[in-house]
Design a protein around this ligand. Sequence first.
Ligand code: SF4
Ligand code: SF4
Length: 466
Amino acid sequence: MSNTNNPLLIPLKNLPTPKATAIDGQIVTRSFSGRFRNLRILGAGVLAVLFFGTSWINWNGHQAILWDLDTRQFHVFGPTFWPQDFMLLSLVMIIGAFLLFAVTMIAGRVWCGYTCPQSVWTWAFMWVENITEGDRNQRIKLNSAPASFSKIAKRGAKHSVWLAMSIATGIAFVGYFIPVRELTVNLLQFEWFSTSAIWVFIVAALTYLNAGWVREKVCLHMCPYARFQSVMFDRDTLVISYDAARGDTRGSRKKDEDPAELGLGDCIDCYMCVQVCPTGIDIRDGLQMDCIGCAACIDACDEVMDKMGYARGLVSYTSAAALADEPTRILRPRLVAYATAIIIMLGALWFALDARELVDMSVVKDRTVLYRKNSDGDIVNVYRLKITNKTQMPAHYELHIANDARLSLTRTFTLDLKPGEIVDMPMSVVMKGASAESGMTHFDFVLVDSNRITTREAANFIYPAF
Ligand code: SF4
Ligand code: SF4
């Protein structure tokens, strides 16, 4: 179909045809507006504020969220998680995966289109490109223009802002592993060769490359999620589709011409949906693996429909069932199974968090000397106790012996630990008097904190016959 009469097309003298979305291997998209774009800006804005802002929040005198690699402690506002708690992290990640499966089954690749960091950063970089170098046709012209002051200035402005955004991303990301205030001060004092600074530059370089240069190729060739997402789709999944029954036969026409008289459908073949697509595909060719579900083509086509005076929705969120004039089901057996699994795992997570101990105690019996006799003639066994205060508050503990009245500690034992402090110490347990028979008895070390919460650890006491 010819596009020469299309009133919506900007004359493309000396420019590639509207079909060409890739120039020198880079997709060159057109800017657009619309309700899904606004939704994405809102979602990305909230995520960006959370990502860049959360590490600067302090809680109880500490950074609110910090994965402290030195001490191997993960602070999340109040609670501190330790390597022993990593099962909980695994559970959170499995719940996240099931949520993603369920959302994909309902609404297709909304994660990719609206919240995936690769997409969000790519859209942000494209926005900067649009501000500094102009819209699609200006960028295509700039690309083929000879070197000039204006070209260098525009390119320089774009790359400067990209680099600033990349470094900000690197600082924000590494700031979740190294206290962000300390990290920022070190960078401002030109300490650029420390391990933390090198990680900032590595993350910044990856951001600059991924969002500035590689862009949609990450989605098309590197992201595993794109490979298996179709397994989660069914006839009722909402996907972005072109309504071929309404749109075909495609062709240009004047706004006041009746398409029915021309033997045409509602698609004016303007290629706007193709030119805004960040992966450079034509949605009118049907559902494709390359579609990241960003809905840019819906916004672009709705704008065209508005200008032509046609009803919106030639490209829309719909399901295969709806396109075949069948009802779209919300509740499906597999979705119910996902929801059930999520609810069960959330219950397990709640239970595990509630049962999580805030102090850790481990006991190892001294194996070099099973027992010894002290100067009073009592039997003594020696143990090594390792006690960890897993909270972010100072804690006071008392240690007792339980379950065998013959056993006692050599003295009343109290302990003050700083937040996250670990002590490793020997501990003697005494059995008063002699026993007619040798043997072994079981008892508990009992640690009581200032809130009278107890932690128990079982141990064995070995005694000879005297
Ligand atoms: S589907 Fe819409 S945006 Fe795409 S070519 Fe047809 S009229 Fe233009
Ligand atoms: S086809 Fe539409 S929804 Fe899919 S990636 Fe392209 S613009 Fe986004």
